[in-house]
Design a protein around this ligand. Structure first.
Ligand SMILES: [Fe+2]
Ligand SMILES: [Fe+2]
Length: 172
């Protein structure tokens, strides 16, 4: 039984985003269920999916007036660096750390969707953004200045996953 299952409560009604979140949850479940021989390839598929998804959201933010280093994108980068580091350490034999990361990601992802992705969706709607064509249909609603923050409480955004990094660094 996976730690995290897709729930319609997580849907933000942006199909490109929801479909990616479903894929990430499925890949996370596959990594969680993988035996030792299959764990690192499964983890790598998850990392690639997360990288693609984060890049998509980052592009939407830049398209709609966010600074490229806004806090939501910064959180993506932090988490992506952590899971990439997990792939490297896992390939060197630390499978326990990767398994710990699967559990922590299962806790982190719903928090991120709730705290950050949902705020992004509200912003995209406000400016009339079409994620498929990447068109802003209400340019007058665009922010006057580049957005640095993410308009939400993001304190929990890397909670759990960060503790893995700390543990890894202290044991390295
Ligand atoms: Fe997302
Ligand atoms: Fe995000």
């Amino acid at each position: 039984m996976p730690t995290l299952n897709w729930s319609d409560d997580m849907a933000l009604d942006v199909p490109l985003m929801d479909d990616d979140h479903k894929d990430i949850i499925a890949l996370l479940a596959a990594a969680e269920a993988a035996n030792n021989a299959a764990l690192i390839p499964a983890w790598q598929r998850l990392v690639e999916s997360m990288a693609k998804h984060f890049a998509m959201e980052d592009q939407w933010m830049v398209d709609t007036g966010f600074a490229s280093d806004n806090c939501h994108s910064a959180q993506h980068k932090i988490v992506l660096d952590i899971v990439k580091d997990g792939a490297i350490k896992g390939a060197l034999g630390d499978l326990g750390m990767v398994r710990q990361m699967t559990r922590e990601l299962a806790g982190w992802l719903p928090m991120h969707v709730d705290a950050m992705d949902s705020v992004l969706v509200t912003h995209l709607r406000n400016v009339g953004y079409d994620p498929v064509s990447r068109t802003v249909n209400k340019p007058t609603a665009m922010p006057m200045e580049q957005v640095q923050g993410c308009g939400s409480d993001h304190r929990c955004a890397t909670k759990g996953v960060e503790s893995t990094t700390t543990a890894a660094e202290t044991t390295a």
